[in-house]
Design a protein around this ligand. Structure first.
Ligand SMILES: C[S@@+](CC[C@H](N)C(=O)[O-])C[C@H]1O[C@@H](n2cnc3c(N)ncnc32)[C@H](O)[C@@H]1O
Length: 231
């Protein structure tokens, strides 16, 4: 049994899990590379910490992927972005998807994912201003489950343009995150994210085909899965 988090956690264990969780989340002032380093340091206990926080982003993200690909899922080629230890990849496999690659900047998180043997290719890459070394029009879909929200909110438009570039026209970008960053009157820090979503739509690069709100994404907050169709 894990010595840090047991099946019936004591108050102390819950407190430790919460502390680890808040450290991983960072805040609006924490640099992206600091957060990624924290994931690396905590890769061995990431799944237990998120389990204690009742995280459901991975199941909701995979459910939406299944909804948008009702047939022939074994032929659908997916890139799981911010793949972490492979929680979303696991759920995608449970839904019948078989061709899944992983993109994740933390080598230690990727090492945990590799133990599961669920991904084909591994890209140790951070989404941002950089180009991603993947051919255009490669994937039928990109999934993103739980990309740290303070990072998501500040991602430059280039990051989304890269995802659009590597997804085939007609494919989908499926993103499970907090609901609160989507509404126009949502938190001010989410304005860059919302502007990026809209600008790419008005430039004719993608179109929003679903925004599904759900309960209990993380620590009791509502989540949402956005599904953008690449044009
Ligand atoms: C909360 S975990 C989610 C992992 C996994 N998708 C899941 O559902 O459990 C967030 C992950 O996002 C990764 N991440 C952070 N910034 C990123 C970026 N700019 N590009 C890609 N992944 C990033 C972190 O390294 C971390 O593994």
């Amino acid at each position: 049994m894990d010595r840090e988090f047991t099946a019936n956690p004591s108050q102390k264990e819950m407190q430790e899990a919460e502390n680890a969780f808040h450290l991983l989340c960072g805040d609006d002032y924490t640099e992206a590379d600091v957060i990624i380093d924290r994931f690396s340091q905590n890769s061995h206990r990431y799944e237990k910490v998120l389990g204690k926080m009742n995280f459901s982003g991975h199941t909701q993200c995979a459910q939406s992927a299944a909804d948008w690909f009702p047939k022939n899922r074994h032929d659908v080629y997916i890139l799981d972005v911010a793949a972490g230890t492979g929680l979303c990849g696991d759920e995608l496999r449970s839904q019948g998807f078989r061709k899944i690659d992983a993109l994740e900047p933390s080598v230690q998180m990727l090492e945990e994912a590799k133990k599961k043997g669920i991904y084909g290719r591994y890209f140790s890459v951070m989404l941002g201003e950089n180009s991603v070394d993947i051919e255009s029009d490669t994937y039928d879909a990109v999934t993103i489950s739980g990309l740290t929200v303070v990072i998501m909110k500040k991602l430059p438009r280039k990051a989304f343009e890269e995802l659009i570039r590597i997804v085939k026209p007609g494919g989908y970008i499926i993103n499970a995150t907090y609901h609160k960053i989507f509404p126009e009157d949502g938190d001010a820090e989410g304005a860059i994210f919302r502007n990026n979503m809209k600008a790419l739509e008005s430039q004719g690069k993608w179109t929003l085909v679903e925004l599904r709100r759900f309960k209990d994404y993380l620590c009791g907050d509502d989540g949402a899965v956005s599904v953008h169709k690449v044009l």
